[in-house]
Design a protein. Structure first.
Length: 231
């Protein structure tokens, strides 16, 4: 009895924001969603604050860093991708599962420039974001294993090869989004044909190592330095 009482006493309910503070936060999130979606991770925070009708100091009180704001917006996208990965990993037809996962990933890249920036370069993630990212990676590996065990995905494809899909799609989406916004789907399906076991030829180069992928992501991150908050 006393233990239950002590445990309840330690529970501190989350204090809700005042109505005006919640209204400001909602306005900032709405303005940021539009700005990041259209302009990518480098969208001006001052512009977002102005569009939301608040001072830049108010924005920073709610979101101390750019990353805090980015993760708030991208959590929904990662949740969506994670749900698709769970479904794809459980599908009886492993090739269909592999295709469904990559189609969803590329679609999320195509419809949101910030998400495209986020998945194609290495950015620090908070604990919640890291957990979702790691779980998605585990499921992607499972999806690939399922397809290789069924003999439909070529056996020499590694998880690091999926980075090629992300990086190439990032550039194609950026180049064609105002001219042919669905062009990424043609490129994806050309790559899917290349991943099939049937007709596979020996590849002239070994796959990238995990370390090489990390080094490449750092290079991409440095190229987008102006998209990151300095602090």
């Amino acid at each position: 009895m006393s233990h239950h009482h002590a445990s309840s006493a330690r529970e501190t309910p989350v204090k809700p924001l005042r109505r005006d503070a919640q209204r400001n936060r909602d306005a900032i999130v709405a303005a940021a969603r539009t700005a990041f979606c259209e302009q990518g991770l480098g969208a001006s925070l001052e512009g977002i604050a102005r569009e939301a009708g608040v001072a830049i100091g108010t924005l920073y009180r709610h979101f101390p860093t750019r990353l805090d704001l980015v993760e708030t917006l991208c959590t929904a996208k990662y949740t969506e991708l994670l749900a698709t990965a769970e479904e794809a990993a459980a599908m009886d037809d492993a090739w269909e599962g592999f295709c469904r996962y990559l189609e969803k990933l590329c679609k999320l890249q195509a419809c949101d420039r910030a998400f495209n920036d986020l998945v194609s370069a290495r950015l620090p993630l908070h604990a919640a974001g890291r957990g979702m990212f790691e779980r998605t990676k585990e499921l992607c590996n499972q999806i690939m294993r399922n397809a290789q065990e069924q003999g439909v995905l070529r056996g020499d494809v590694t998880a690091q090869d999926i980075a090629f899909v992300i990086w190439s799609q990032a550039g194609i989406i950026q180049a064609t989004h105002t001219i042919a916004p669905q062009a990424w789907r043609r490129h994806l399906h050309l790559m899917l044909d290349a991943f099939r076991t049937e007709g596979a030829h020996e590849l002239p180069e070994p796959p990238l190592t995990s370390q090489q992928v990390d080094q490449t992501l750092i290079t991409l991150e440095c190229a987008k330095e102006d998209c990151r908050e300095q602090s």
